[in-house]
Design a protein around this ligand. Structure first.
Ligand code: SF4
Length: 273
């Protein structure tokens, strides 16, 4: 467990007055004596919420190995793995991956079949292929300014690598961060990214949030509410995704997959020649 409230964006202790979007509505003054006082009160309240959030993070934040590096390649690998798999299950896979391919150059030079094999169980093999394509771009030309130019890197992943590796002032908004911001009505900034991710993953959870354990409960308009189940992915059994997976396993094992449609889809995605 971490002993201090640190942010990957800066690797410095986060000041208690940061973590807020300064142009958010609550911090805007509306002029005159009274509004100035309201402004101060609103700003103080927000600073206090952030302080509580970061204090909570210092005590309960998850100790994840990719939070101890600012290597953009290592962080990109973690973010792509986390798209489909829970953090606890990603940890050993991420460590093994970096042991095998410790740099973008190493991954770029690997046989794609090995990359797909190593990815087995992490979901959507296309992500592994795109990760290798991204590594090849980086190995050849370096990291682009616009990280979303890399194959398979969408806006969220680009923001996460920008924030955690390059220290840019962007808040990566994943499903957990979005949930906390929507329920609290507060817009946080990038310095709160990890704290918000952990709060959303462990306390402000989807259906029945644990408001009694929440550092933001005092001022949260959603405190005590229950929520409808979030939309779930359709059943895997019998799906085309399952057929694609079976065809890919057959190809990797050297046997002949009978599902031509699935093989064609794999080829279209660059998963097989
Ligand atoms: S008080 Fe409840 S609903 Fe509000 S942020 Fe905390 S856990 Fe989420």
């Amino acid at each position: 467990m971490k002993s201090s409230t640190r942010c990957h964006a800066s690797s410095e202790a986060v000041p208690s007055s940061s973590c807020l979007q300064t142009d958010a509505p609550e911090t805007r003054g509306i002029g005159g004596e009274e509004s100035s006082s309201k402004h101060t009160t609103g700003a103080e309240s927000r600073v206090s919420r952030v302080r509580e959030l970061l204090r909570w993070y210092g005590e309960y934040g998850r100790d994840l190995p990719w939070r101890r590096t600012r290597d953009p390649y290592a962080i990109l690998v973690s973010e792509v793995m986390l798209q489909q798999t829970q953090a606890a299950r990603v940890v050993p896979r991420w460590l093994a991956w970096l042991e095998r391919w410790p740099s973008a150059e190493a991954l770029a030079a690997a046989p794609t079949a090995d990359v797909i094999r190593e990815w087995q169980g992490l979901g959507y093999n296309r992500r592994a292929v795109n990760l290798q394509r991204a590594a090849r771009v980086v190995a050849e030309r370096g990291w682009p300014d616009d990280l979303a130019e890399l194959p398979g890197v969408g806006p969220y992943t680009a923001d996460a690598v920008a924030c955690f590796a390059f220290g840019r002032a962007v808040l990566p908004v994943d499903v957990n961060v979005r949930r906390v911001q929507e329920r609290t009505g507060v817009t946080f900034d990038h310095t709160c990214a990890q704290a918000l991710m952990d709060l959303g993953a462990t306390v402000c959870i989807a259906r029945v949030p644990r408001c009694g354990e929440c550092p933001l409960a005092d001022a949260c308009p959603s405190r005590g509410r229950r929520f409808e189940p979030e939309r779930k992915q359709g059943p895997f059994e019998g799906s085309f995704r399952q057929r694609r997976g079976a065809a890919l396993r057959a190809l990797l094992n050297g046997s002949d997959p009978s599902d031509e449609e699935a093989v064609a889809a794999l080829a279209a995605d660059g998963l097989v020649p």
